[in-house]
Ligand binder design. Structure first.
Ligand code: ZN
Length: 367
């Protein structure tokens, strides 16, 4: 059960919130009661007594945990779940995904995004960072369904229609200051040329937008970038100014130690997408080297065409098992690091993991 502390009053439709007492939930292995008053954590302790008129929710046998943030999605790809399985990335993209997407309309994106959001809400995700076509239609779906999102303005060098729709979004920037925001999403170094990447940096700075891009997903991407620019994708993006605080770098599979240091210094976030990397045989995220160098790491599912679902439970399990198997070390990627909890807060992006359990705080949790 998803339970938004901030929306609680609205959920139960009461004008004068009498509060709620969650009884007997398990939090980090301990049974506690949680009192919520005026949309805030009011008291957290064992055996709290109900106050007059307070709603009591029996949560015995349930864990109370922070809700999830999915930091890399192509939400409307939920319409392509199971389409074009079992093939190499560039064949998958060039011969199947992009021809399919060329036929999609804004209405398709709207409906596909709604389907994705339903799946995310049901599996405990309350925020997603998206990168896909028809951003106004994706944003409309997110606004209607109550989830938080940052909708990426997907940018390729040679797609005038997408760029026109992105400009429309920017003209309506004031509509994206609340629960649903926008970001700039140049697709990758192999689809976005230098001129367009420089424009992205300039425009995103002017509008105060985060950047979200695929980075070093395959060996071919890295080899081609070195061949064309004499630099790895990470070093190339650093040179152009894309790498900066809070830029999301999806995948980060094929990184040199110098790349990892650049990411750490820039404050960008390496978004680990383990199940997509496995399905597309892209390679393995270098978990130990990335963590050693203090890079901020977050988790994402990717779109349903490359990961087949949007479950953050699946991603957490995949990230943990993959790192242990790859490094032949059972102590790497422990649950306290993978599962979003205050204990794992320090090296991970605050927004993707932290929930403050202190009185007076307002966070979304689920049972
Ligand atoms: Zn992706």
């Amino acid at each position: 059960m998803l339970f938004s502390i901030s929306d609680y009053g609205k959920i139960i439709g009461m004008k004068n919130d009498p509060g709620i007492l969650i009884k007997g939930a398990v939090r980090f292995g301990e049974v506690v009661d949680v009192r919520i008053r005026d949309g805030l954590f009011s008291e957290i302790a064992p055996n709290l007594s109900p106050l007059p008129a307070e709603n009591v929710l029996d949560a015995r046998g349930m864990a109370i945990v922070p809700a999830f943030y999915n930091l890399h999605t192509h939400a409307a790809m939920s319409l392509m779940r199971g389409y074009a399985d079992d093939m190499e990335l560039f064949k998958w993209l060039n011969e199947y995904v992009w021809p399919f997407e060329a036929k999609m309309t804004g209405e398709d994106i709207y409906n596909g995004t709604r389907l994705a959001i339903l799946e995310m809400i049901k599996s405990g995700t309350v925020h997603f960072e998206d990168m896909y076509w028809f951003p106004l239609d994706a944003a409309r779906a997110a606004k209607e369904m109550g989830i938080r999102a940052r909708i990426g303005l997907l940018t390729l060098s040679n797609n005038s229609n997408a760029n026109k729709l992105n400009r429309e979004c920017l003209e309506r920037i004031d509509e994206f200051r609340g629960r649903v925001k926008i970001a700039y999403s140049p697709h990758a170094v192999y689809t976005v040329n230098e001129k367009t990447l420089r424009e992205v940096v300039e425009t995103s700075e002017r509008f105060g937008l985060n950047i979200h891009i695929h980075c070093s997903e395959t060996e071919k991407e890295v080899a081609d970038c070195i061949g064309e620019h004499g630099l790895t994708p990470t070093a190339w993006l650093m040179k152009l100014g894309i790498l900066r605080e809070n830029t999301l770098l999806a995948h980060c599979v094929h990184l040199t130690d110098e790349d990892i240091d650049l990411i750490a210094e820039s404050g960008s976030v390496a978004v680990h997408v383990p199940l997509s990397n496995l399905k597309l045989a892209s390679g393995v995220f270098p978990y130990a080297r990335i963590r050693e160098r203090g890079v901020k790491v977050a988790l994402g599912t990717d779109g349903c065409c490359s990961s087949n679902d949007l479950s953050m439970f699946g991603v957490m399990r995949g990230a943990a098992y993959l790192a242990k198997g790859f490094h032949n070390d059972t102590t790497i990627a422990p649950a306290s690091e993978i599962f979003p909890s205050p204990r794992a807060r320090a090296p991970w992006p605050r927004e993707s993991t932290a929930v403050s359990w202190k009185s007076g705080k307002r966070r979304t949790v689920f049972l």
